[in-house]
Write a protein that binds this ligand. Structure first.
Ligand code: IPD
Length: 267
């Protein structure tokens, strides 16, 4: 487990350093995906290529799932789940809220997760059962614990929006119902950082419709290891339908506010 975590940390650091060094003042969009606002830069691809090359060098039999390169098969039972830049729109605009996210699964269970917020010099990591840690400028700074006992009306809640216009219209109506019921809303632009922020007590909760596995695989473990509950609506798991994360108690209050709003629908 420690070996996976150390390797994932080393690779996430190398990718983050490469991105910081190579980010031009005006990154080029090389592709759009689900909609014209869902962009890929050359450095999303370069980051994923670097991560894939390092994983292959160290563990040639492992599977890799990456946002840009899809699935690579393997025979070891170990799978690396990679988001080479989570928060690509922030990266494009020069905002410092983007991260390299790497999770390691063994036989389908996530055992290690690393989120390297390179522009801030912060790296979040966790191993299954081993707790979650924040490293600042390379030094392990603190063990993470999410906020607990926060009532809904006092909660600072992070959320995010998809790239599809119809879905966004629903997300807008949901957020307009949540906003009057909580302390405030934050939209940082990176699901992985939002979940790490729950882990670090920088926000109290996070919810979003329609995120991908690579967005939350690593940060979901970090949040859980910091004591937060990660799930979906009505007893379902987290994922593309809906994801909610907060300490128990607030999780339930926010869940019960959200369910009648039908936040998992698309029209
Ligand atoms: C996006 C970010 C964003 C979230 C979107 C994701 P990407 O990932 O995590 O915060 O709201 O749903 O798609 O495209 O930057 O890797």
């Amino acid at each position: 487990m420690t070996d996976f975590l150390t390797l994932a940390e080393d690779i996430a650091r190398e990718a983050g350093d490469m991105l910081l060094a190579k980010r031009p003042s005006n990154p080029e969009v090389v592709q759009t995906k689900s909609s014209p606002t869902d962009v890929v830069t050359a450095l999303d691809r370069a980051s994923e290529e670097l991560i894939r090359a390092r994983v292959r060098q160290a563990r040639p039999e492992d599977m890799i799932l990456g946002e840009e390169g899809g699935d690579t098969p393997g025979t070891s039972g170990v799978r690396w789940v990679v988001d080479p830049i989570d928060g690509t729109v922030n990266f494009l605009y020069g905002l410092p809220e983007w991260a390299v996210s790497i999770a390691v699964e063994v036989d389908g269970e996530i055992v290690a997760g690393v989120v390297n917020v390179a522009p801030r010099g912060e790296l979040f990591s966790a191993s299954l059962g081993g707790g979650a840690v924040l490293h600042k400028d390379g030094l392990a700074l603190s063990r993470l614990r999410c906020n607990s006992g926060v009532p809904l009306g006092q909660a600072l809640v992070a959320t995010g929006f998809g790239y599809d216009a119809t879905r966004r219209a629903v997300q807008g109506s949901v957020v307009s119902a949540v906003l009057p019921a909580v302390r405030d809303i934050r939209r940082g632009g990176s699901c992985a950082i939002d979940l790490c922020s729950v882990a670090a007590g920088r926000v109290d909760a996070y919810y979003e419709r329609g995120i991908n596995y690579w967005d939350y695989a690593a940060a979901g473990l970090i949040a859980r290891e910091a004591g937060a509950r990660l799930g979906g609506l009505n007893g379902k798991g987290p994922g593309s339908e809906f994801t909610l994360c907060a300490a128990q108690g607030l999780f339930e209050e926010l869940h019960d506010l959200l369910v009648p709003l039908g936040p998992e629908r698309d029209s």
